[in-house]
Write a protein that binds this ligand. Structure first.
Ligand SMILES: *[C@@H]1O[C@H](CO)[C@@H](O)[C@H](O)[C@H]1NC(C)=O
Ligand SMILES: *[C@@H]1O[C@H](CO)[C@@H](O)[C@H](O)[C@H]1NC(C)=O
Ligand SMILES: *[C@@H]1O[C@H](CO)[C@@H](O)[C@H](O)[C@H]1NC(C)=O
Length: 776
């Protein structure tokens, strides 16, 4: 710059004094002399006579213009400055500035030229056009760069590089010196504005930003704001943020960065379980493309958004009911995709089921039975397993396991009744149904399928299967043959119910078959012989009084109860008024005293009728001989004796002969005792009633096996004999309900005691007694 000053105003004006050789006078004066200043004495220089000057009217004329710069003093002849002489005005930048003047004289006209060389004086200080000077220099200008300040002579040379960011404006004072003497100077302030060059890249406030964000944050959630600053200005500092998408395209879709504000917000769903942290490159670019980078690390924090997942591994669907408590029936795996506490899972079972969960290795549970299972009580279980995590709020899920209890053949068939009774009337049809048995088995399918069968046994020496059969499926018991009450009245059958399990289970039940009587047997007259044999003649003493017992009809009925309750009637007699027969005793008594007029031979036809429905009857004839002496009976010898008669008859005869004496004695004793007890003075029976002891129950079984009677037959209801052994059986039959309830025989047992004698035994039916004990 100082060079510049020299260069700029390096003007030195030299004044040269000279005399025009041809007589012209020249003067040199500095410019700007005061008016009246003496330039020189022209009169003397030219050689003029002073005294003559005024006369000659000396004056100065300028050649070219009318401005009269100088004048002549007529008295002294001196040239005087008339007007301001400004060299710059007259000659501007001309190197020499000469005023050509003429001195004019009159009388005679005389013209003398003279020149005034105007000498410059340093009357101007250097001056600047613009004050202040403003120039702009880019900061990017390199050292040595030149900047023109003035027209051409002055340049600013950059000594040291500028930094706008340090100092964006410089003020310099430029001084300009001229070469004059005294030297003059001018100053100007140069305002240098340092223009920005984009020399600064944006700078992030942190090189690594870290943010934490809960997963599932909704879109537009602000994550972080990144800031970068650019020291430049204007366009150079306008920063645009963006993700550097080069690395990972997936992640870039999750977040959005506002290019202007640097705010990073959520754009898409954030799933911790998919991505636990994001690392994003963020670039900041200024307007002219300078870029810098920062790293944004976003840690996603877990939110309890995943419920536990229950996975059933190897569940035994069919659990045999006999597994012991503590048996593992399934394995359960529980997972939670969350982390931390959100991942901690507790498992529970609903209460009231005989199972529990036992934690085994991590996340695995065993489903274990806690009690003995019973399929027949509960055959299947729906077990709900609930898993709850420890998040806040906790999430839970549940799963239902369907467990079925498999059957084991652990229940035998059980009959519905302790025992069964079947009542059947005799002479039933073979194949008729007696009763049905039923057994229940709660087991499953074949383990609970019941099959009925008869247990082998014997009834009266024959296999039970020849009497009854059982339907294996239905339990119906059928008669195989017709039963005969007179053969047996009851028998037991054992029925077994067995299931089809393996091994099978079974149970037994007793079926009591009771056979009830039907009036299928006619009364059988034992005495007298039904054939009406004339040998069977009773002797009636002539002296017999009214009411004397003369004989007795003895009959039996194989049936029982009403069917065996016999009544006796005289259906025909020689003398209708003479004899009566006890309706139920069969005792034939005289109705009046025997008189001489009565026919010696009396003949009675007696009908014996049972009380069955319909009644059956039998008849017999009885011959009575009114005589005191058997020898008086002439016809007796004539009584034909049928040699072909049964052996029974001959035995009866032998028996009659052998025991009649003894029996007669016995009867007399009995009647005597009875008579005494009843204080009856009269002997009711004084005749010999020849009743063969063989006919008397129960000993008639001693009669030999002619086929008529069988020892195993149990006859009862010997109403006519008065035997003490008969009444109880009668009552038992009565109590067996063989009689309809409205029958007349509904009497108390004591009612019969008069009829049947003093039976002290209870007439109750005693089913617990064997049959042979049922007699009193
Ligand atoms: C178990 O669930 C099944 C199917 O929902 C249903 O049929 C069955 O009756 C349920 N069993 C029990 C014991 O609740
Ligand atoms: C019957 O029980 C046996 C074990 O006693 C068992 O093995 C079988 O599976 C059962 N049958 C059915 C049909 O459940
Ligand atoms: C049923 O009777 C049979 C034959 O008498 C016997 O072997 C079996 O043990 C009995 N069963 C039961 C359960 O009483």
């Amino acid at each position: 710059m100082h060079d510049c000053i020299r260069d700029f105003w390096g003007i030195l004006l030299l004044l040269y004094a000279f005399k025009l050789s041809n007589g012209d006078v020249s003067y040199s004066i500095p410019e700007e002399m005061k008016r009246g200043s003496v330039i020189g004495n022209i009169a003397k220089d030219i050689g003029l006579d002073l005294g003559r000057l005024s006369a000659r009217r000396a004056r100065v004329d300028s050649e070219d213009n009318g401005v009269q710069y100088c004048s002549v003093n007529l008295n002294t002849g001196e040239l005087l400055v008339q007007e301001r002489i400004d060299r710059e005005g007259l000659c501007a930048k001309k190197t020499s500035c000469i005023l050509k003047q003429e001195l004019v004289l009159e009388n005679p006209l005389e013209l003398h030229r003279f020149t005034i060389r105007i000498q410059d004086i340093n009357d101007n200080a250097p001056q600047f056009v613009d004050d202040p000077l403003r120039i702009e220099i880019s900061e990017s200008a390199v050292k040595g760069a030149k900047f023109v300040v003035g027209r051409k002579h002055c340049e600013l040379i950059l000594d040291k590089e500028l930094d706008r960011e340090d100092n964006n404006e410089l003020s310099l004072v430029l001084t300009a010196f001229d070469g004059g003497s005294p030297q003059r100077s001018g100053t100007v302030v140069i305002h240098v504005t340092v223009l920005d060059a984009n020399d600064n890249a944006p700078v992030f406030s942190q090189t690594v930003y870290e943010a934490s964000l809960p997963e599932n944050s909704p879109p537009d959630t602000l994550v972080i704001t990144v800031t970068a600053t650019d020291a430049d200005e204007g366009l150079n500092s306008e920063i645009t943020y963006q993700f550097d998408h080069v690395t990972d395209d997936d992640n870039s879709n999750v977040f959005f960065i506002d290019s202007k504000s640097g705010q990073v917000v959520v754009k898409n769903k954030i799933d911790y379980e998919r991505m636990k942290s994001y690392e994003l490159q963020i670039s900041a670019k200024d307007g002219l493309g300078l870029v810098s980078y920062a790293t944004l690390i976003i840690d996603i924090t877990d939110v309890n958004d995943n419920a536990p997942v229950i996975d059933l591994k190897s569940v035994t669907n069919q659990i045999p009911e006999n597994v012991p408590p503590g048996t593992q029936v399934g394995i359960i795996n529980v997972q939670d995709r969350d982390s931390g506490n959100n991942r901690q899972v507790r498992c529970s079972l609903q209460t009231g089921v005989p199972f529990k969960l036992v934690a085994s290795i991590k996340n695995y549970y065993s489903l274990v039975s806690t009690e003995q299972l019973d399929r027949e009580l509960v055959s299947d279980y729906n077990i709900t397993i609930t898993a709850t995590d420890e998040g806040s709020p906790p999430l839970s899920s549940s799963k239902t396991v369907h467990l079925t209890v498999a059957d084991i053949n652990d229940n035998p068939p059980v009959f519905e009744e302790q025992s069964y009774s079947a009542h059947v009337t005799e002479n039933n049809k073979p194949g008729s149904t007696l009763c049905s048995v039923a057994a229940r088995d709660p087991d499953w399918r074949q383990n609970g399928t019941v099959v009925y069968s008869l247990l082998p046994a014997e009834v009266n020496g024959a296999p039970v299967s020849s009497y009854v059969s059982v339907n294996g499926d239905t339990g119906l018991i059928h008669a195989v043959r017709a039963f005969d009450y007179e053969q047996f009245r009851s028998f037991k059958v054992h029925v077994m119910a067995r299931d089809n399990g393996s091994p099978p289970l079974s149970s037994n039940v007793t079926v009591n078959v009771f056979i009830s009587d039907v009036n299928d047997n006619s009364p059988q007259i034992l005495y007298p012989s039904p054939e009406g044999n004339s040998f069977m003649t009773e002797l009636v003493p002539k002296a017999a009084h009214a009411g004397s017992l003369v004989s007795k009809v003895i009959a039996v009925d194989a049936d029982s109860g009403q069917n065996a309750w016999l009544s006796y009637h005289i259906v025909k007699s020689t003398d209708a008024g003479l004899f009566t027969i006890g309706l139920h005793s069969g005792e034939i008594k005289t109705q009046r005293d025997i008189s001489e007029s009565d026919s010696m031979k009396q003949n009675l036809i007696v009908a014996v009728k049972d009380n069955g429905q319909p009644p059956l009857s039998a008849t017999c004839s009885m011959f009575l001989l009114i005589s005191d002496n058997l020898a008086e009976v002439p016809e007796l010898k004539d009584i034909s004796y049928d040699e072909r008669d049964s052996k029974l008859t001959s035995y009866l005869i032998i028996a009659l002969v052998s025991v009649s004496t003894f029996f007669l004695t016995f009867i007399i004793i009995v009647l005597g005792v009875r008579f005494c007890r009843r204080r009856k003075p009269r002997l009711l029976f004084d005749g010999a009633v020849a009743i063969p002891s063989g006919y008397l129950p129960p000993n008639y079984a001693d009669v030999d096996g002619t086929g008529t009677l069988r020892s195993t037959y149990n006859y009862d209801g010997y109403m006519t004999t008065g035997s003490r052994t008969s009444d109880f059986k009668f009552v038992s039959s009565y109590n067996d309900n063989t009689l309809p309830a409205d029958q007349t025989l509904r009497k108390s047992p004591t009612d019969f005691s008069d009829v049947f004698g003093d039976c002290d035994h209870s007439p109750e039916y005693r089913p617990d007694l064997p049959e042979t004990h049922r007699y009193c």
